[in-house]
Write a protein of this length. Sequence first.
Length: 202
Amino acid sequence: MPRLSLYLRCLEELAPGVERISSERLAELAGVTPAKLRKDLSYLGSYGVRGVGYHTEHLRYQIRRELGLTRDWPLVIVGMGNLGRALAHYGGFREQGFRVVGVFDDDLAKVGGRVEDLAVESLDGLEAAVRERGARIGVIATPPEAAQAVVEMLAASGVASILNFAPTVLRVPPSVYVRRVDFSSELQVLAYYLHRDTAPAG
């Protein structure tokens, strides 16, 4: 449920020492209605206490457990251009339980270089590395023309969850779940709202 990630982010951004939070305050921080928030959290078995609110640490743990964040998730990143390198340097992965166990590229000029404490490996070794290191998540940061071949390699090696930053639609088996991060599409949405709000009447 995408909103659980939003609630978790709001809880983690609270000032240190905040032990309780009301549904109204958490809903305000998340930009949803209190009724929607209470309904979402009721699926966790957590209803809070009327007049007291939610215990923040317990609620944070419940959400993390529901999202599968109470365990370690090894992942690989394919594509060591500017975006791929930035993702490999991102400390938030470790903080949330995502451990980068390999970075790959098909450019021989990049293979052997280092990103953080990892050596950039050849794409030829991707499938074997995924299996040996138990990677469960693949991150694709390649040019669009290379992404389909990469997703096929990841799927063949047993990766069932893929985050795709390449600006293209990928064809995957039904057993593989893909989330697409398309910066251009998001900018187009922003442009639409700007245009709508600034266009002359009539």
